[in-house]
Structures are given as structure tokens and as C-alpha cells.
Design a protein around this ligand. Structure first.
Ligand code: NOJ
Length: 890
């Protein structure tokens, strides 16, 4: 439907000659999308397009072709006039009822409002507050005169701290309001160091999304950080919905909350207002109704997280910088000597020859391949850093080729290569917005091109916001020029937030290409960490939250940050453990490891100027605690890998806000100091300094909220909580991480943490069974080679469902099946059993198993609980089996 420009507050009359598209009005299109069987609608797309605006590419998957949904009925409904207003015609579209409820879309063509109703209740409204506005593209004549009837000066050129933005297209912003009706909380739109439930911005700064390299970010601020995902959630007991604004320009979002707010009226609602500096208005409203539905709907639009290699879920040891090969070898040896597992050793920028990426400082790293092979012999990998700026140096082959082929981002003249300033000094930037340039960059990762690399070397993409030390706000000028695939050109302004994602994408493609060259079709899966991110980044690899600081505030804020990034469809994420800037106290470092083992991406990292902090440098006690935490991570890898399998299928977060798992609870909406790690584990870490100034005896405690809907087990002692009183005080000395196992779940685990994840691949599993109040539990295990695409190519994987009911534990392989493995489920632990010895157990084959009272875990300090334990079962993970437990009366 064509729409017309609405007069702005400053505006008088328009002269159509001012506009580029004087003849063609912007058009509003509504699409109803759904992915399940039947006609049910799950998302509505509102597009307001104007020829000439940038449309974001490479984010939506599958072209949405099969997703469009038929409308069950359309009718015009007349709304009687108010005062002198004429009658209004509403267009009402109804859809077949589905899991997401019976939806209706009501369009008011006059006021240009779109309302979404579920089962007769209004849930979301577009333009309900008449804030929709689009600065129509201006004509060539107006551009030349730098003037329209509503705009002069700033609309046509801006100055910022000595930087000039020539604004060659004049004003191009697009803005709209979106109301969440009956809701009190909104979440998401990372990346911000703010509370999980977004705060009212009335009278304050709005949330800003503009990928920036921020030096020492604050721990409570809506200011922009390294990544942007314009995807917002709203949740109330019993209902979740989402809104995704597909636009990669700088964006601002205001949040106005509910009742009594003079701008919103008396209803419970959250009003949000979005402004993007340029680009198309392309908005997806996701209709839930549950949290898992919203995650799935977003993953259907933008893709899920492909299964990562198992090693990448282990512990990563990083520092700016490990100095030379001897240092690498000593650190690696230190982990073995002190019995601390780890999988990956990282090299920061100093390993290169003068910050020329994909080169080595030959004095410090004379034999890089030997170094990598030594790590690989222990099942470990190495990561090197590769940033998007390329040193301007005629003798540097990357620069030489990129210059010859005109592969750099261009100045605003559209001709000359842009030069900025970064680690190497003067540098140019690969224009990864173009597919051919990405393809070329991917080829640079072949073993032949990247000299000194081996097939166990992976990549870290840093500074890809992109960071330009001498640019405005330490990034690129907005009027720089990129070339797109169709030979179209766009300003940096239009694509800024997506740039880093494309660099990440090109690098990940490079890994896949290298993998194919080395292994054929069963290539290893890519591993590339990125600092900048955007919607779609989840398809290319993990991200981390950048340069945090070694203080308690940054430890605390890491939880809402990683939780909201998880909600935004990017589960593979984490914060630098220990804090990047500054030196953590031993207590802070210990507590940070106890949190970090639950970040989906788990890496310790530190700034060049900090003291060394490998875990064994703080004495036996601290080492013991950090070792216990890291070992706990390794024992949980089977559960974590299964969570990653699930997110690859349905987009669910790995680290989840409490309300995500308990959506009907009111009390959990703002909880952010405890969280769910998948569906089965509740983690309530200690985030405050202990009361005792004497670190060695410092203890701590915290208040824990156990949702009353579930039965809970203390994951260490097995103590059962049937919580009528959900909030309790829990003692947590420095050896203790408060972890609670949710009744109704079965968790696969490996008991013995070895030196790397690879060294544990053939170890037997333990199943921990936590019956709910009805004595039932379910769980699953996903298993493959942990490395290659054989799971996709030849179904070489195993998916086994476990169930426990009437004291019968059953394993049923349900998918895959081509994986050959003799691995056993050797140990079964059933929680919540009063007298474990008064039980007997028998397998489906009639074999009797001894029931004992035993420790819940064989791991270090986690062995003081007692549960019903069956050992040496001889049951194979790849086969169906069952074990009947029977209470013996004597
Ligand atoms: C900035 C990154 O955020 C940090 O992690 C890294 O150590 C430095 N760049 C140096 O490469």
C-alpha cells in the first residue's frame, strides 16, 4: 500500500520536487509468516520501502519463501467517527489458529497503525503513538542546494570533533514506535552493560546500537559497545513476543514503561521508539507465545548456531601476550603439571611480524608449526589473532594483493583506498561487504597461503567494529564507500553494524575451505571468535564481551550482558574471565572462574600491562579452587554439547534468564544474578566480595530463588528442596558454587576431567537422575566425533533420549545411528532416594546391579553428597537399554 510523507513538526508544505522518488511513494507491505504445519502464523513482517534505500543482505536465511502464510479471512470494518473525523475503515486479517494462538492483524490505512491481537487481546501495536516517520530521500537538486523545505545545515553535512561527515544523501532516518500491550518488561537489543530487563529511558539516554571499540566501558550504561542485534523481547507471565528490526545503520531505542507514565496512559504496556539513521524499515514481529517459540522464530529468520567443535567448549587460555615459544611451552606444561584441563592456547597481536596478520615474529616464534604440533599431540589447539586492518607496506603480500585488486574500503570519493590508523600504524581495511572480496580473504587461510599455520590453528577476529584509532568515535567515517555484490555502492553509514559480521563470516568460510582441502568432505568445523557482532553472527562463530575490567561490578554485569546476547540468538558468548584491565584479587579471580565455567564461551584473558595470572601463580588454595571449577566444566561437557546440538536445531539460548525456563512466574522477570544453564541447572554464583578481609578464610553466602514450580536438588550434596519458600540463604564459602539441579531432568556427565576435551572422548558417561515430585525425569545426550561434518554427511551421530518413570530408567536412541562407539554409560546416580541401599536394580537383560549409597560426583571437592549410585553397568550408550529400580522391603 502506498503511503505518503507525514508532515514533520518543523515542516510546512512540501514541494514534491524535493524528493528523489517524487513519483513513487514509499510502500507499506505486510506479510504473515509461519513455519509449522498448517496455516498458523508465527511472525508478521512490516516493510516500508522506498526505492534507493539500503536493504540488509546476508542476514535472513532461506529467502523466507515457504514461510508465507495464507490469510483465513479479510474484512473491512468501519469504525464510527469521533467528533469531526470521518469514519475509518480498518482492514482486519484473521489467521488459522495455531500453537501461537488465534491471531488477527488490524491495519488502519488512515493512521497507518498495525495492531496484532492474540485470542482477541492486543499484544503489539506498530505506530500506536504516531511516531512513524521516514525522511524521504531527497532529489539531486535539493542535494546540490543542500536544502529542502524542512531541512538545511546539519541535514547535509556534520562535524564531529574535527571529523566531517559529508552526508552525500542528506537526511535519511527512519523511525517508528512499537508498543507491547499488557507487558511490563522488555529485554535484548545487545550489546549494553545494563540490567537484563531494559530500563525506562524517559529523560535519559536511549539505548544505542553502533558497533564501537570502547575503551574501558562503564558497567551500567545504555551506550553502544562492540556489537548490535536489533532484536527485542517482551515477556509477561504466560506470553512472550519479539521484535526484530533488520537494519544495520546506527540505531537508538527508547523504552517507556507502563502504568502511570504520562506518555503511555494508564494501561500496562511498554512503549518503545526506534530510530535508524538510514536504511529500510523492515520489521519482524514474532508471536511466541512461549520463550522457546520466540527463540525458534528468530532462528528461522536469521539461522541457528551451527554445532561447534567440542574443543571450543573447553577452557581457552589467553593473554596479551604469550611472549615466545618457550613461554607457550611453559604455560602449556603448567596446565599439565597442575592438573588443570584446557583446550586452546591463544596468541595476541605481538606474535606477528609488526602487526602484519598471518605472519610470525621470527625471533620470538621461529617454529610455529612445531609449536602447534606439540599442542596438538596433547589434543590441544592454538588460536592466533587476525584483525581487519591491513598494514600499508608494499612488501606485505596481503597489502600488495589487496591494493592490486582494489579490495579495500574506499574514501568518500569512491575511488581511493581509505587509510586509517590502527595497531600497525597506517592501515587499509578489506571491504568484506563484497562476496568476491570475502572469498579471496577466505582463501588466505589455506595452509599454503598462511605460512606457519597447521590444521589445528584457529582464529580470533578482533577490532572488527571496525576500530580506526583516528576515526570518529574510533571507527570509520560514515561517508566511506563499500561495494556490494551487485556492483551497487553504499555508504558505510548503511552497513556499519554488519561490517564486523561479514569479516567474521569470511574468516569462518576460510576455515571451512581449509578444512575441505585438508580433510575432504569431513572437514573440521570452523572456530573463529569475533568481537563485533550483528544478527546472523551466530552462524559464523562465538563472540566475547570485549575489554571488561577486573572488578566485582564487571563480574556482576557480565551476567545480564551474556544473558541478553543469548536471548538475541547468539548463545556462543562469554566475558573475559578475570577481567581484561587490571589485576583481580585472588578472591575475585576464583569467583570469576566459578561463573566463567557457565559462560557458553569460556576464556581467561588479560591486558598486556597486567600481572601474569595463570591459575597456579596464586598458591595451592587458589589453584585448587580454580582447578575444581574448570574440572566441573569438563565433566559437564556432554550436557553442554547436547545443549549446543539443541540450539543448532531450535535457536534456544544456552545460558537462560530464569523467566525463560519459568515463564509463568511473576517474581523472576528482573532476576539476573542467577540463571539457568540449559533447562536442568540453576546457577546462583557468588558475585560479591566475602565478608572476611582475610582472603584465605573468606566465606560468602547469598540469597537464592528456587522457583516453586520445581523440586530442586543441591548439585553437590543431593539435598532436596521442595520449596514453598522460594528465597533462601545459601552458604557458599570459596570452595562452593551454588548449583541446583532441577527435578524432572536427567543429565549426562563424564566423571574424570582430563587434560583436554579430546582426551575424554572415549570415557564412560554418568547419568544423574533427578526425579520430579511425580517421580519422573527426562533428558538427552547428543554425541558425534566432536570435530567434523560427518554428522551431517553420513548421520554419524547419536541422539539418545532418557526417561525415568515408575523407577524405570530407559535409554532410547532416536536419531543418527551411524556413529560406531563402544562408550559406556557406566554409572547412574539417582537423587532424592532416602535409603539407597534398600534398592535393587536390574537391566533389561536381567543382569542385577548393586545399589549403593555413594557420592554424587567423583570430582574433587564435590564428593560430599550421598545418592543412590549404580556402578559398572556395562550398558552401551549406542544401544537401547533400561534399568528397573525396585525398593526392597526388609
Ligand atoms: C582489543 C581486544 O579487545 C583485546 O582482547 C586484545 O587483547 C587487544 N585488542 C590486543 O589485541
Amino acid at each position: 500500500m502506498p503511503i505518503v510523507e507525514r508532515p514533520s513538526s518543523t515542516g510546512g508544505g512540501y514541494d514534491e520536487e524535493e524528493f528523489l522518488n517524487a513519483e513513487v511513494f514509499p510502500t507499506l507491505a505486510l506479510e504473515a509468516l509461519g513455519w509449522g504445519d498448517g496455516g498458523a502464523v508465527e511472525a508478521v513482517r512490516i516493510t516500508i520501502d522506498e526505492p534507493g534505500r539500503h536493504k540488509v543482505g546476508d542476514v535472513l536465511v532461506d529467502g523466507l519463501g515457504p514461510a508465507r502464510r495464507p490469510i483465513r479471512s479479510v474484512e473491512y470494518r468501519a469504525v464510527p467517527s469521533m467528533g469531526s473525523m470521518p469514519d475509518q475503515q480498518l482492514l482486519v486479517m484473521q489467521f488459522d489458529e495455531g500453537a501461537a494462538g488465534a491471531w488477527e492483524i488490524i491495519l488502519n490505512p488512515e493512521l497507518l497503525t498495525v495492531e496484532l491481537l492474540r485470542d482477541g487481546h492486543r499484544e503489539m501495536s506498530f505506530n500506536g503513538r504516531s511516531q512513524f516517520h521516514i525522511e524521504r530521500l531527497v532529489s539531486k537538486a535539493a542535494l546540490e542546494q543542500k536544502k529542502t523545505s524542512t531541512c538545511t545545515n546539519m541535514c547535509f553535512a556534520e562535524q564531529f570533533r574535527g571529523h566531517k561527515d559529508s552526508k552525500p544523501n542528506g537526511p535519511t532516518a527512519v523511525m517508528f514506535d512499537l508498543g507491547f500491550e499488557g507487558y511490563s518488561h522488555v529485554y535484548g537489543i545487545p550489546e549494553h552493560a545494563t540490567p537484563l530487563s531494559l530500563e525506562d529511558t524517559h529523560g535519559k539516554e536511549p539505548y544505542r546500537m553502533y558497533n564501537l571499540d570502547v575503551f574501558k566501558y562503564l558497567d551500567d550504561s545504555p551506550a553502544a559497545l562492540y556489537g548490535s542485534i536489533p532484536f527485542m523481547w517482551s515477556h509477561k507471565p504466560g506470553s512472550s513476543v519479539g521484535a526484530f528490526f533488520l537494519n544495520s545503520a546506527e540505531m537508538w531505542v527508547d523504552v517507556l514503561k507502563g502504568k502511570g507514565n504520562p506518555q503511555l496512559g494508564t494501561r500496562d504496556r511498554v512503549g518503545t521508539q526506534w530510530i535508524a539513521e538510514s536504511g529500510q524499515l523492515d520489521l519482524f514481529l514474532l508471536m511466541g507465545p512461549g520463550p522457546a517459540d520466540v527463540s525458534r522464530q528468530y532462528a528461522r529468520l536469521t539461522g541457528g548456531t551451527p554445532l561447534p567443535q567440542l574443543f571450543s567448549l573447553g577452557y581457552h587460555q589467553c593473554r596479551w601476550n604469550y611472549k615466545n615459544e618457550a613461554d607457550v611451552s611453559a604455560v602449556d606444561g603448567g596446565f599439565d603439571e597442575h592438573g588443570v584441563p584446557y583446550d586452546v592456547l591463544w596468541l595476541d597481536i605481538e606474535h606477528t611480524d609488526g602487526k602484519r596478520y598471518q605472519t610470525w615474529d621470527s625471533a620470538l616464534f621461529p617454529t610455529p608449526q612445531r609449536m602447534q604440533r606439540e599442542l596438538a599431540a596433547k589434543g590441544r589447539k592454538m588460536v592466533t589473532i587476525i584483525d581487519p586492518h591491513v598494514k600499508i607496506d608494499e612488501d606485505y603480500v596481503t597489502h600488495k594483493l589487496a591494493t592490486e585488486q582494489k579490495y579495500y574500503v574506499l574514501n568518500s570519493d569512491g575511488e581511493t583506498d581509505f587509510e586509517g590508523w590502527c595497531w600497525p600504524g597506517a592501515a587499509s581495511y578489506l571491504d568484506v561487504m563484497h562476496a568476491d572480496i570475502r572469498e579471496w580473504w577466505a582463501q588466505q587461510f589455506s595452509l599454503a597461503n598462511y605460512s606457519g599455520s597447521t590444521e589445528t590453528l584457529y582464529t580470533w577476529n578482533d577490532m572488527n567494529e571496525p576500530s580506526v584509532f583516528n576515526g570518529p568515535e574510533i571507527t570509520m567515517q560514515k561517508d566511506l564507500v563499500h561495494r556490494l555484490d551487485s556492483d551497487r555502492r553504499v555508504e558505510h553509514r548503511d552497513v556499519h553494524n554488519a561490517f564486523g559480521m561479514h569479516y567474521h563470516q569470511a574468516t569462518a568460510d576460510g576455515h571451512v575451505l581449509r578444512g575441505r582441502q585438508v580433510y575432504g568432505e569431513d572437514a573440521d568445523r570452523p572456530f573463529v571468535l569475533s568481537r563485533a557482532f550483528f544478527s546472523g553472527t551466530q552462524r559464523h562463530g562465538p563472540i566475547w564481551t570485549g575489554d571488561n575490567a577486573a572488578n566485582w561490578d564487571h563480574l556482576r554485569v557480565s551476567l545480564p550482558m551474556v544473558l541478553s546476547i543469548n536471548l538475541a540468538g547468539l548463545p556462543f558468548s562469554g566475558a573475559d574471565v578475570g577481567g581484561f584491565f587490571g589485576d583481580p584479587s585472588p578472591e575475585l579471580l576464583t569467583r570469576w572462574y566459578q561463573v566463567g565455567i557457565f559462560y557458553p564461551f569460556f576464556r581467561g584473558h588479560a591486558h598486556l600491562d597486567t600481572r601474569r595470572r595463570e591459575p597456579w601463580l596464586f598458591g595451592e588454595e587458589v589453584l585448587g579452587r580454580i582447578r575444581a571449577a574448570i574440572r566441573m566444566r569438563y565433566t559437564l561437557l556432554p550436557y553442554l554439547y547436547t545443549l549446543f546440538y539443541e540450539t543448532s536445531q531450535n535457536g534456544a539460548p544456552v545460558m537462560r534468564p530464569m523467566w525463560y525456563e519459568f515463564p509463568s512466574s511473576k517474581a523472576l522477570a528482573e532476576v539476573q544474578d542467577q540463571f539457568m544453564f540449559g533447562p536442568a541447572l540453576l546457577i546462583a554464583p557468588v558475585l560479591k566480595k566475602g565478608p572476611n578481609p582475610e582472603f584465605s578464610t573468606a566465606s560468602g553466602w547469598r540469597q537464592v530463588l528456587l522457583p516453586t514450580e520445581a523440586r530442586w536438588y543441591d548439585f553437590r550434596t543431593g539435598q532436596t528442596f521442595n520449596s514453598k519458600f522460594p528465597s533462601m540463604k545459601y552458604d557458599a564459602d570459596l570452595d562452593t558454587i551454588p548449583i541446583f539441579f532441577r527435578g524432572g531432568h536427567i543429565l549426562p556427565r563424564r566423571e574424570t576431567a582430563r587434560r583436554s576435551s579430546q582426551a575424554m572422548q572415549q570415557d564412560p558417561y554418568t547419568l544423574v537422575v533427578g526425579p520430579d515430585a511425580d517421580g519422573k525425569a527426562v533428558g538427552r545426550l547428543y554425541l558425534d566425533d566432536g570435530r567434523s561434518y560427518a554428522y551431517e554427511n553420513r548421520a554419524e551421530f547419536l541422539l539418545t533420549e532418557f526417561s525415568f518413570e515408575n523407577n524405570l530408567l530407559k535409554a532410547t536412541p532416536t536419531a543418527g545411528g551411524e556413529l560406531r562407539t563402544d562408550v559406556l554409560v557406566d554409572r547412574i546416580v539417582v537423587l532424592g532416594v532416602k535409603s539407597p541401599k534398600k534398592w535393587s536394580a536390574k537391566t533389561h537383560a536381567g543382569q542385577s546391579l548393586e545399589c549403593q549409597a555413594g557420592p554424587i560426583s567423583l570430582q574433587g571437592s564435590w564428593d560430599d553428597g550421598q545418592a543412590l549410585v549404580v556402578r559398572r553397568t556395562g550398558l552401551r550408550v549406542a544401544e537401547p537399554w533400561s534399568v528397573q529400580f525396585t525398593e526392597v522391603w526388609w
